[in-house]
Every structure is written in structure tokens, then in C-alpha cells.
Design a protein around this ligand. Structure first.
Ligand code: COA
Ligand code: AMP
Length: 636
């Protein structure tokens, strides 16, 4: 349990664990429900819990209409800043609500109603947020697919979510490169078994899309003639969205988020974790395709009555490494949230932060997540900004931070490398292989004692067994996070990395298992293994180790190029799959399991012990020398 002298934090923490009904009922009462819940936490069976089962609400109403009713209509709700198109645009709460109601009307006219799915495959333009909120307004379920994913990945998600409508745009803009989204969408629909009835396409002037008559509709045209739709009340337990994330297999998992628990948890987090007040400017420099974008570009800031910034650009090259500081100063951002990789990219381009000549007096704190904040990056950001820099740990599954320095309750002394304390509601424990509780400073599996607080995943879309087997069976009574780490003697949590085959490239979560499937399908490859190795800016990068089929001669450079093209085609450029080496053997246990952890340790220059169960210890120095020849071995 957390051990801190701060009484306000401690009071919330204790109450959320010992009296969750009282604690979360008080938090729920801060929202404008159609019917406030009386049943707070309910256990359905050994594995499933529900929050606020008899509550009725609408999440888009809470994010927009409720604020307008309370006199916040003229406040800016959303700022769109797009250095790649030279656009800056503000939407007041009233204007955003009008656009959302109008687009909800478009969807409704296309037959979308409560419970139907809408897939959203969009770049970072306001229409992405409008489409999400419009879907929520109808009580329908959105599933946003990150724009960097390939047609194949999009097809997998279309098949799993079976949407009635797909909303997309003609193109995205990556620095100065135009990404034509529509051909990817067309290809995905061809590949998918499920065929959506309609696609609504936002035509961007930079690149117009070819439309399929009968199926494709023009966003602007439909908006001009639609009748605005009103909010549809839903049960707290009804799904708000499905967001796919990488697991250990090739098939992504559709994390299901409910309406009630989500709204209550996000509203609580905006106050307790971020110390955000209505009217504050909150900028999460992420993408709506990720959970950070769902929670802290769209829903969290709007439910809390803040102004949110939607930024279509990069930390560097749009146009330079001063972009973040320019946005913070121009919009008087109070709270900035970004991935450590973004700061490493800025530091590389502008190590002395000479481009940071803006007035950042409004900025109160900087939150980072998506991967571990390494102490060197923590130090650099702290030195250059002289503001609290807060590492906080969470996952797509939880939807909001599990551990943080909750500045709305207390700003605790930071410990570099730690994401600080468990957030009230999360009962974080460190377990060994057998599920035994470990002591302070002992490394183990990070597990969350059930029940999870509101806002966390309720199941996996269409596959409850995968939810139960994947998260709840490893340690009965706990949610297994998939991360490893330890809690120190002061109760600070150190998250050290994944314990499974998931890797994190530039804050993007990817499955090495999925890459292995693609690489193994190459006709020359007999067997392969993909591991995540250290990369100075992106944190990790994938590396494939290949065994070639007997009797096949390969040109390694050509083979690598073919594999790179295959992964790019099947997953997308965001996988950053660029390296593959041919090895004479793959180290395995006698039972045939590839020793991936050992390979990672070799590549990262870590100390390792050669397990007694290994079938061929002599292969290890050979592999290390092959990695060294390619410059892939990390210095110790
Ligand atoms: N649509 C299409 N393609 C995309 C894309 C999108 N939305 N996002 C990334 N890509 C492509 C890029 O164009 C690039 O393609 P390339 O190989 O043809 O050049 C590839 O995917 C890798 O992109 P990226 O990871 O963004 O690398 P980068 O070198 O362009 O930029 C960083 C490096 C660190 C600046 C960038 O990764 C970054 O800003 N990361 C922060 C990520 C983040 O916010 N994560 C959310 C977690 S909170
Ligand atoms: P995602 O579901 O894409 O948000 O990725 C979640 C994973 O990212 C976690 O399981 C961690 O492995 C990693 N992660 C996110 N935030 C942090 C953090 N602050 N510290 C360490 N790892 C993190």
C-alpha cells in the first residue's frame, strides 16, 4: 500500500480501497446524469464487476451540452492547431456542440442508432473528435483506428467491430508527406469480410479522394443537409467505445469502455491527477487513435470544462524543435501531456533548448506517459522548463493513470525513474511467479487487486474469454498488467517494462508476435524471432533474428528490404521495422521455447545468466557478434 505522509492523498487512497461505494458515489455525484446511480459497485461473477449499473447518462451530453446549460457555451472547447496546413481554428462549446449534433444527424440518417458501431479512421483534424462525440451522442459505439495503420490492420478492426458506417478523410499529412487514406480504406474494405454500408469522407483540399457512388458520402455535403440529432440516454454500463490494442498474438484486442465508469473516472482524474480546473487549457500531444487521445484530447478535458488542444504536427520538423513551446505559449497551455519520445526528439534537435524562447508562464506541469520516462529525459525537461515533470503510468486497458504524482491532491517529491504513487482506486501489488506478494524493492509482476476502479476495460469486444484468460487467470483475484517492476520503501512504483511480447516504439504499443507471423511467412524464412531492442529516440525498435530454410541462398540486404516492406504493408510504417539479421541458430530451451529475454539482454548489453536448460549455449556469442557487426549492440 502507498506509504506517504500526505493526508489528502492518503485519505482518497484509503477510502477508494476500503469504501469504494461511498468514494465513487461522491465522485459520480459531480456529473450531470439523467438518472444518478444508486448501485455503485456490483460484482456479477468471480471475474466481472460493474460500476453504476442503474445510472443513465450520455457522455457527449456531459462533454458539451451540460457545460452550455451551465453558461460555458462561449468558452473555447477545442483549439485545432495544424502547422502542417497552416491552420488555427477555435470552436466554442456551443460551436462544437452544433457540429457534433449535426454530424450525429448525418449518422442517424444513415441508420446508426444506439449500440451500432462506427469506425473512425482519421488524421488529427477536428472532424475526428466531432465524429467520436457524434457517435457517443447517439449512444452508438465508436472504434477509432490510428491513421498510421495499414489497410490490413484496418480490415482486422472492421471485421471485429462490424461497423455500420466508417468515417474517414481523404488524406493525412505527415510533416510534408501526404498520406492518401482513402485508397487504404478502400483496400481494407475489399480485404474485410464485413462490408460497412456507408463511408463518410472528409475531403481535404490537399488531396481529394475518389468516391464510390452508393457507398461513399461527402462529409461537407451531408452536414449541409442533416437535421441535428439530440442526445440518446444510455445505461452507465453500455459501451462508449472499442479501442484496439496490441496483445501477444497477431489479432488485436478490442478494449471495451463503458459510459458511466469512464466519465466518472476521467472527471476524477482531471481534478485529482492533473489538477485541471474548468477553463484551463489542456494539451495532450498525442493522437485520437490512441487511448491518450480518447481520454485526454477528447473526453477528459471536455467533461471537466477545459479547453483542449488538437495538434496536427510533430514535436520536431513542423517546423522545428520549438513547436511544443510555441503551442504552449500561443494558447497559454496550463497542462501539457506528451510521450517521453517526443522530448527525446526535441532534445536531439535542440539540446540546449535555444528554441524555447516563449512565455511559458501559464504552464503549470508536464505529464508524460506511454513508456517509461528515463531519468536522463526527466532531468533534461526539468532543467529546461523548471516546472514539475510528472511521469505517470497507464494502459489502453485502464483508460486513465494507474500511478502518478497526483498534483490535484498533493505534489509529492519526484523520484526520477518512478511513476510515483498508485492513483486512488488502483490497488497496486508486486507479485512473484507464484502470485506471492513481494516486499519493498523486490522486482516482480505488477498486478492490480480486483475490483478495478471505474473507467477500466469491462471486457474484450466479442471475446470475453480472452479478457478473462488474458488478464485475470494469471494471478487469481488480480488484473495482470503485463508490466514488471517494483515498489520502493517509500511506496513509489517503478515500472521497468513489459513482461510479455509487447514492445513500445515511440510510445506506440506493438506486438512482436504479430511481426513474427509476417516475417515467418516469407518463403526463405524457416523460423524467426522479433525482439524489441533499445533505440535512443524511440525507446525501442524491433529486430528480427532469422533462420533461413536449408538449401536456400539469400542476399541478406535484399531479404531485409523485403521483410521491411512486408511489415510496412501489413502493419504500417509506425512499426518502424527496419532491421533483420540472419543467425545460424536461435537459442532455445530444451523444450523448444526461444529465449527472447536472453536475446534482448544480449542486444541491450545487459548482464545475463546462461540458463542451464539452453540447448546450444555456443550460439550466444555468435549472435552477439552478428548484432555487433550491424551496430545493434548497446554499449554497457
Ligand atoms: N499516419 C500515417 N503515417 C504515420 C502516422 C499517421 N498518423 N504516424 C506515423 N506515421 C508514419 C511516419 O510517417 C513514419 O513513416 P516513414 O517510415 O515513412 O517515415 C513512420 O510512421 C514512423 O513514424 P514516427 O514514429 O512518428 O517516427 P518519426 O521519426 O516520424 O517521428 C517522433 C519520431 C518521436 C517525433 C514521433 O514518433 C512522435 O512524435 N512520437 C510521439 C508519439 C505519441 O505521442 N504517442 C502517443 C503515446 S502518449
Ligand atoms: P498503451 O496501452 O499503448 O498505452 O501502452 C501501455 C504500456 O505502455 C504499458 O503497459 C507500459 O508498458 C507502457 N507505459 C505506459 N506508460 C508508462 C510509464 N509511465 N512508465 C513505464 N511504462 C509505461
Amino acid at each position: 500500500m502507498a506509504n506517504t505522509s500526505n493526508s489528502h492523498y492518503q485519505q482518497h487512497f484509503d477510502q477508494a480501497i476500503t469504501a469504494p461505494d461511498t468514494f465513487w458515489q461522491q465522485q459520480a455525484a459531480k456529473l450531470n446524469w439523467y438518472k444518478a446511480p444508486h448501485t455503485i459497485l456490483q460484482q456479477q461473477d468471480a471475474d466481472h464487476y460493474q460500476w453504476f449499473a442503474d445510472g443513465v447518462l450520455n457522455t457527449a451530453y456531459l462533454a458539451l451540452d451540460s457545460h452550455i446549460e451551465q453558461g460555458r457555451g462561449e468558452q473555447t472547447a477545442l483549439i485545432y492547431d495544424s502547422p502542417v496546413t497552416g491552420t488555427q481554428q477555435r470552436f466554442s462549446y456551443r460551436e462544437l456542440r452544433e457540429a457534433v449534433a449535426q454530424f450525429a444527424g448525418v449518422l442517424k440518417a444513415l441508420g446508426v442508432s444506439k449500440g451500432d458501431r462506427v469506425v473512425i479512421y482519421m488524421p488529427m483534424i477536428p472532424q475526428a473528435a466531432i465524429a467520436m462525440l457524434a457517435t457517443a451522442r447517439l449512444g452508438a459505439v465508436h472504434s477509432v483506428v490510428f491513421g498510421g495503420f495499414s489497410a490490413h490492420e484496418l480490415a482486422l478492426r472492421i471485421d471485429d467491430a462490424s461497423p455500420k458506417v466508417v468515417v474517414s478523410a481523404s488524406c493525412g499529412i505527415e510533416i510534408s508527406k501526404l498520406i492518401a487514406y482513402k485508397p487504404l480504406l478502400d483496400d481494407a474494405i475489399t480485404k474485410a469480410q464485413h462490408k460497412p454500408q456507408y463511408c463518410v469522407i472528409y475531403q481535404r483540399p490537399q488531396l481529394l479522394a475518389q468516391m464510390h457512388s452508393g457507398r461513399d458520402l461527402d462529409w461537407q455535403h451531408e452536414m449541409a443537409t442533416a437535421e441535428p440529432a439530440s442526445c440518446v440516454p444510455v445505461k452507465a454500463t453500455d459501451p462508449l467505445y472499442v479501442l484496439y490494442t496490441s496483445g501477444t498474438t497477431g489479432k488485436p484486442k478490442g478494449v471495451v469502455r463503458d459510459n458511466g465508469g469512464h466519465a466518472v473516472a476521467l472527471n476524477y482524474s482531471m481534478q485529482a491527477v492533473y489538477n485541471a480546473k474548468p477553463g484551463d487549457v489542456f494539451w495532450a500531444a498525442s493522437d485520437v487513435g490512441w487511448v491518450v487521445g480518447h481520454s485526454y484530447i477528447v473526453y477528459g478535458p471536455l467533461i471537466a470544462g477545459c479547453t483542449t488542444v488538437l495538434y496536427e504536427g510533430k514535436p520536431v520538423f513542423t517546423p522545428d524543435a520549438g513547436a511544443f513551446w510555441r503551442v504552449c505559449a500561443q494558447y497559454q497551455v496550463n497542462i501539457l501531456f506528451a510521450a517521453p519520445t517526443a522530448f527525446r526528439a526535441i532534445r536531439k534537435e535542440d539540446p540546449e533548448a535555444t528554441l524555447q524562447q516563449y512565455d511559458l508562464s501559464a504552464l503549470r506541469s508536464i505529464f508524460v506517459a506511454g513508456e517509461r520516462l528515463d531519468p536522463a529525459t526527466y532531468q533534461w525537461v526539468t532543467d529546461k522548463l523548471a516546472k514539475p515533470v510528472i511521469d505517470h503510468w497507464w494502459q489502453t486497458e485502464t483508460g486513465w493513470p494507474i500511478a502518478a504524482n497526483p498534483v490535484g491532491l498533493a505534489l509529492m517529491p519526484a523520484k526520477p525513474g518512478s511513476s510515483s504513487m498508485p492513483v486512488p482506486g488502483f490497488n497496486v501489488q508486486i507479485l512473484d511467479d507464484s502470485g506471492k506478494l513481494l516486499n519493498a524493492n523486490e522486482h516482480g509482476y505488477i498486478a492490480l487487486k480486483l475490483p478495478l476502479p471505474p473507467g477500466c476495460l469491462t471486457t474484450i469486444w466479442g471475446n470475453d474469454q480472452r479478457f478473462v484468460d488474458g488478464y485475470l487467470r494469471t494471478f487469481p483475484g488480480y488484473y495482470a498488467s503485463g508490466d514488471g517492476g517494483y515498489i520502493d520503501e517509500d511506496g513509489y512504483l517503478f515500472v521497468m517494462g513489459r513482461t510479455d511480447d509487447v514492445i513500445n516504439v515511440a510510445g506506440h504499443r506493438l506486438s512482436t508476435g504479430e511481426m513474427e507471423q509476417i516475417v515467418a511467412s516469407h518463403p526463405a524464412v524457416a523460423e524467426c524471432c522479433v525482439i524489441g531492442i533499445h533505440e535512443p529516440i524511440k525507446g525501442q525498435q524491433p529486430l528480427a533474428l532469422l533462420l533461413i530454410k536449408n538449401g536456400i541462398e539469400v542476399d541478406e540486404t535484399l531479404l531485409e528490404a523485403e521483410l521491411v516492406a512486408m511489415v510496412r504493408q501489413e502493419i504500417g510504417a509506425l512499426a518502424c521495422f527496419k532491421k533483420a539479421i540472419v543467425v545460424p541458430r536461435l537459442p532455445k530451451t530444451r523444450s523448444g521455447k526461444i529465449l527472447r529475454k536472453l536475446l534482448r539482454q544480449i542486444a541491450d548489453g545487459c548482464q545475463y545468466t546462461v540458463p542451464s536448460t539452453i540447448d546450444d549455449p555456443a550460439s550466444l556469442p555468435e549472435i552477439a557478434s552478428l548484432m555487433a557487426n550491424r551496430g545493434l549492440l548497446q554499449a554497457k
